[in-house]
Write a protein that binds this ligand. Structure first.
Ligand code: C2G
Length: 757
């Protein structure tokens, strides 16, 4: 047997395990065994039972990855051991490539390394969606079949398959690294995964992992390995896929697990490494790395910021490192007194110097021009958040200050009406023009401030209540007496946060940040029981803080009058004698110009709609607030109106006789009006499978038909009465499930609970 793949398994990554196993099954070179070592994992057997792998499982009573790996070294039957993590995967060519390098270099191939690529299982970017099927099914047999059966293969897939063959025909290249390159070039992070090491070499040199340091045992292990080996052959092609964990709350990677002793353990690992090393160059490099780690990671981290006692053990380790003989290392002049104090054991002095260094650093950032946001944050944290709370002040924000709308608007209006003199209202709005004609902004007790202005940082600190429909910046310091009321902005249809497998086109820290932000909400409003259930899973939000009261924003849909209808229509310049179609689609995760800047291609044939429906109807187009493209409707003057930037979609609902949407939550609200809804879902297959997936069965449970072409849309509008008849029963059920709490009094209930308690 040529290879033993050693995989420690700690059950914090079940989602990835399946991919890991599959990538091993898909290896073109199959002469290997897999050793899984775990500590009471219930699910490992289940996963492996179904697999075709040649595997063995070992249960180990200790907790550490280090001792798991040592079991693997002892038990391995293969000539070479590949250290792998259970949340990573291999390219199908990984082992065949390694085998080739070994065969060509029998005498010198003691240590090999697969070059690492990072991947996040993200299926949405073009590259990854192409790679996925190729990666999953890439056995030679399968590839052959694919090429033979050309009708099943798209040009794109064909190219990928041919590329893969080329990989095989042309051997991958590799580079050899010598001892003095190891530390800096080869293994910056000093992790054992992706290394392939000859078993006899490990045993002869007594290379095992030290089990004392459960976080950083790899570092001294690799330093010892570097001492013993002449060269390491690393592939130039990326063959080892390291997964990015985007859910550090539920599925943290080892480095994401919170540990207060993390910094100490790391400095200990540096110390151990330096003691183990016989190579002068490596000693010097470890020393330099330890000093840099101390300067830029230890003292700047909050855990060590507070007490001398906490940082003392780190100083002691560092002292021992600094006292090891080596060529002198370069240290910046301003850091020298601090490092010298540590070396000589004057730890109190070192502590004082490190604190002063941090203080000087924050002052220098504060006074630097162009660092306004930093100054604002710092002022908010250190001064504003310590000011007394203004008990009668309420701050509102809707769609990040983009408009005056949604539940914050409804609650504001309710309070103006019911308690006109009691409150000071402050609205976060980026463009004052938006409200210049709104009478409710005339009073002296209503202020408007732009998001991220100095006043914003002041009011987010001192307002007793903060009512918002999206999320507040995570860095804002919250006063203990402050109350944050999150209204959220829709009944969920698309999977959200923790229910999403992949977070697409967004930050990989998204889930963790979302979690932290939502912990600061004192209340969260749900429109219905269904949303309440979803919020407990998708946001991991505590059920007891959810107010399942119906949506304040939907009060107006119940309470509006026919006069309101005509007044709005007139103010928007829409002919009173025409019926109105509202087209309000959502955004698409995979269509964007840049991060957060989405595009939309109008797939509704306005020309045909005007021809067929223009006598009776006009159409109002309402793009999602993420869409930055501007529609050019000049050709359709008098028939099509763009109200994408209009403040409040509720006004558009009220004047519309029917709604066309797709996967936007707008239909949950519009259904309150009991008017027809059509679903123009031309990209349903892609949206559902490739992107996020839905909470409800869109094929069966929607209150209107799914349509795929403009012609179908036209046809259904012409026969709208029969659509209503056909969907009568489904509409009723839908209304009961999602709209029944919207009785026009949600604002009142929320105010009673949040502002009167
Ligand atoms: N919206 C709008 N115009 C659109 C689409 C949406 O004004 N063309 C507003 C509506 O108030 C809607 C809200 O934005 O309820 C949320 O929009 P969705 O399309 O549902 O998408 P998203 O912003 O991703 O929110 O729980 C709801 C989810 O968070 C979805």
């Amino acid at each position: 047997m040529e290879f033993s793949i050693v995989i420690p398994y700690k059950e914090n990554s079940p989602k990835f395990l399946e991919y890991c196993i599959e990538s091993l099954e898909n290896q073109i070179y199959q002469k290997f065994e897999v050793l899984f070592i775990h500590n009471q994992s219930a699910i490992l057997e289940d996963y492996l039972e179904k697999s075709s792998l040649n595997y063995r499982i070992f249960e180990n009573t200790t907790e550490t990855t280090a001792s798991f790996r040592n079991v693997g070294i002892r038990e391995a039957a293969g000539n070479y051991i590949l250290f792998m993590d259970a949340d990573d995967f291999l390219h199908p060519n990984a082992l065949i490539y390694a085998k080739r390098v070994i065969d060509e270099n029998r005498d010198t191939a003691n240590v090999l390394k697969l070059r690492i690529a990072k991947t996040d299982l993200d299926k949405t970017s073009a590259l990854k969606s192409e790679k996925k099927p190729f990666y999953r099914s890439a056995t030679l047999d399968h590839l052959n079949r694919m090429l033979e059966n050309t009708s099943d293969v798209s040009a794109n897939e064909r190219q990928i398959v041919e590329d893969l063959f080329n990989y095989d025909v042309i051997p991958h290249d590799f580079k050899s690294y010598m001892a003095d390159d190891y530390f800096s070039k080869l293994s910056y992070h000093l992790k054992a995964h992706s290394f392939i090491i000859k078993k006899t070499f490990l045993l002869e040199n007594n290379l095992f992992f030290n089990t004392q340091n459960d976080l950083y045992a790899d570092m001294p292990f690799l330093i010892r390995l570097y001492n013993q080996t002449e060269e390491i052959k690393q592939t130039t092609t990326k063959l080892y896929y390291k997964s990015i964990h985007n859910d550090p709350i539920n599925e943290p990677s080892a480095s994401q697990v919170e540990r207060p002793d993390r910094q100490l353990k790391k400095v200990q690992a540096f110390n151990e490494s330096i003691k183990e090393s016989t190579n002068d160059i490596i000693i010097k490099k470890v020393k330099k790395a330890a000093v840099n780690y101390y300067l830029y990671n230890v003292v700047t981290k909050a855990s060590f910021k507070e007490s001398f006692k906490a940082v003392l053990p780190v100083y002691q380790e560092l002292q021992s490192i600094l006292q090891v003989d080596s060529e002198p290392i370069k240290i910046k002049k301003r850091h020298r007194p601090e490092i010298d104090s540590i070396k000589s054991g004057s730890f109190k002095a070192a502590y004082f110097l490190s604190r002063s260094r941090l203080f000087a650093y924050s002052i220098s950032r504060f006074i630097k021009p162009k660092k306004t946001r930093y100054r604002q944050k710092s002022l908010q944290k250190n001064i504003f958040s310590k000011l007394p709370i203004k008990k009668r002040t309420i701050l509102y924000e809707s769609f990040l200050g983009r408009n005056y709308s949604d539940s914050p608007k409804a609650l504001f209006n309710y309070l103006l009406q019911e308690e006109p003199d009691k409150w000071q209202h402050v609205w976060i709005l980026n463009d004052k023009e938006l409200i210049k004609d709104e009478p409710e902004f005339q009073g002296s007790n209503v202020k408007v401030i732009p998001r991220f202005s100095w006043r914003y940082f002041y009011y987010v600190s001192v307002a007793k209540y903060f009512v918002l429909n999206m999320r507040q910046p995570n860095y804002l310091e919250k006063h203990k007496d402050q109350v944050i009321l999150s209204t959220w902005h829709g009944t969920p249809l698309k999977h959200l946060v923790f229910d999403m497998d992949n977070v697409t086109s967004a930050n990989k820290k998204y889930k963790r940040i979302f979690y932290e932000q939502s912990r600061k909400w004192d209340y969260l409003i749900a429109d219905n029981k269904y949303s309440e259930n979803i919020f407990t899973s998708a946001f991991m939000y505590p059920r007891e803080n959810i107010l399942t009261y119906g949506y304040p924003r939907n009060d107006i849909l119940v309470n509006h009058t026919p006069e309101d209808h005509d007044r709005i229509k007139q103010s928007l310049g829409i002919p009173l004698d025409k019926k109105v179609i509202l087209y309000a689609p959502t955004w698409r995760d995979d269509e964007f110009h840049s991060v957060g800047n989405y595009k939309f291609t109008l797939r509704l044939n306005l020309e045909r709609l005007r021809e067929e429906l223009g006598d009776e109807y006009v159409i109002v187009l309402r793009m999602h607030y993420f869409i930055s493209d501007v529609l050019d409707l000049s050709e359709y003057e008098g028939f099509a109106f763009d109200y994408s930037k209009y403040n409040d979609i509720n006004d558009l609902y009220i004047i519309s006789d029917l709604l066309i949407t797709d996967y936007s939550s707008v239909f949950f609200d519009f259904a309150n009006l009991k008017r027809p809804i059509l679903f123009y879902t031309y990209d349903l297959a892609k949206y559902k499978d490739e992107l996020r997936g839905f909470y409800i069965d869109v094929q069966n449970d929607l209150p209107g038909p799914l349509l795929y072409t403009s012609e179908e849309v036209i046809d259904r509008i012409k026969n709208i009465k029969s659509v209503m008849y056909e969907y009568e029963e489904k509409y009723k059920l839908f209304y009961e499930q999602y709209c029944s709490l919207d009785d026009g009094k949600a604002s009142e209930r929320v105010v009673e609970e949040v502002l009167k308690s």
